[in-house]
Design a protein around this ligand. Structure first.
Ligand code: FMN
Length: 181
């Protein structure tokens, strides 16, 4: 029981007063790095974020996100193989193939990492975005997609520049105030 509380990300968020959860599906570290950068952005805006490896989490807890006030969950997901998830997102991918529809308390957005030279471009990011919506979750910002064959960094930066103002207005934070700091 105690161990379960230790690994509960909802528990961690409550304890540390964090309202943003950032999950990454990453094989060679890029998605994980992007997740870390989003957490730093959040901190800069006075919001606290927790970066999480889905492999170490009980993703069933996503159904409890309503316990966190004004919560936001970001999924930064890379695609591999034949449009497959990364190893650390494999279980999450399987969990998403259920037929439940009780994720209405989940506010989310997705940034997918892929490479256009592959047949199943950004399949994992697209799947997560689509399934969460089907399960009743609330998409708070349009999914972004990065192409490693083009300029992944630029795609990410462009998405992030549009994402944050939308989030801040949701939290009633004045971005002009922050820029003056
Ligand atoms: N991108 C896609 O959109 N679809 C794919 O099927 C796909 N397969 C890949 C297979 C291999 C072996 C590699 C190296 C990359 C593949 N990619 C594919 C591109 C990766 O998703 C992309 O490089 C991403 O930035 C990797 O993120 P990561 O460093 O977090 O693992």
């Amino acid at each position: 029981r105690v161990a379960q509380e230790d690994t509960s990300f909802i528990g961690k968020m409550k304890k540390s007063g964090k309202c943003i959860a950032i999950f990454y599906g990453s094989q060679t570290g890029t998605a994980e790095e992007f997740a870390g950068r989003l957490a730093k952005d959040a901190q800069r805006y006075g919001l606290k974020a927790l970066v999480l490896d889905p492999e170490e989490c009980d993703m069933e807890e996503l159904t409890r996100m309503g316990e966190i006030e004004n919560s936001l969950t970001i999924f930064v997901m890379a695609t591999y193989g034949e449009g497959d998830p990364t190893d650390n997102a494999q279980e999450f991918y399987e969990w998403l193939q259920n037929d439940r529809d009780d994720l209405d308390c989940l506010n989310y957005t997705v940034f997918g990492l892929g490479n256009k030279t592959y047949e199943h471009y950004n399949a994992m990011g697209r799947f997560v975005d689509k399934r969460l919506e089907e399960m009743g979750a609330n998409r708070v910002f349009e999914k972004g997609e990065g192409d490693d064959d083009g300029n992944l960094e630029e795609d990410f930066v462009r998405w992030r520049e549009q994402f944050w103002p939308a989030v801040l207005s949701k939290y009633n934070i004045d971005i002009r105030e922050i820029k003056r700091r």
